[in-house]
Design a protein around this ligand. Sequence first.
Ligand code: NAP
Length: 274
Amino acid sequence: MPVNELIRAGVIGWPVGHSLSPRLHGFWLRQYGIHGTYEPIALEPERLKEGLLQLAEAGYAGCNLTLPHKELALSLMDTLDPLAESVGAVNTVIIRDGKFYGSNTDIEGFIRNLTSNGIALSGQALVLGAGGAARAVCAGLSLQGMRVIVANRTREKAELLAADLNIESCAWETVPDHFAETSLLVNATLLGMKGHPPLHVNLDGLPQEATVTDIVYSPLITPLLQDARDRGHKIVDGLGMLLYQARPGFAAWFGVEPEVTDELRAHVLAGLYA
Ligand code: NAP
């Protein structure tokens, strides 16, 4: 590629205005002095295929996908990363020679957020939620060798996820029964997110050394994390997952391995409260 050719990428969503990804990638583009753009692209689900083809024609290096496109994109990829296939969702697309390569970087994002905060991933993880994000969380923890138990309001979805990933499931009502053996508790539901009710779970019985993490990052400190912190648990908020999941795409499109720094975090956080 000629040295000064503009490299283009973006995020496709519906809606997409709330996405923090343009702010995140924009920070890195400026930091590394790259001649590139990263734009929000609003596209209805039924227009995803057409939209991806248009990006390829326009010479885009690739894109991220956010709700509701992550699952829809599976069948549109020419090559699918095996992890994305097992999770059943694509959040990062690389376009090369008109072909689409899909991967799921939420898995790496979730794990890196924990390890970069010094959390040892061993023992038992209890994951609440069985939606798209929970699937990535469970896959990541299982790959790390943890025993993973998933619980979901709709039990069948937890059972399906458990069967797909070869992990265990339990009934939503019995979650506290599993606390004694738990070293990591994860909220992967949307409860606690701005505009949604909080997650009500009594943390009595969770070992003091257990870590509590939430993948919801708006607000940054969810009621669950606040409760856990008040009880003396180590907590990890969900913003780091968003930052780390963005790295592989940026590296592939723009050719620089970007760093997750305090400055980046502060910049993205400012967008959250803007
Ligand atoms: P999703 O596929 O729609 O799944 C939503 C989950 O929340 C399901 O397990 C659902 O249970 C559960 N839920 C909804 N209302 C509930 C209620 N009243 N009581 C109990 N459970 C309830 O959404 P998703 O894509 O997995 O996203 C989940 C959250 O993760 C969102 O807040 C999203 O912003 C966040 N997220 C963060 C990152 C990050 O980088 N930090 C990445 C991806 C997603 P049912 O199956 O019973 O409906």
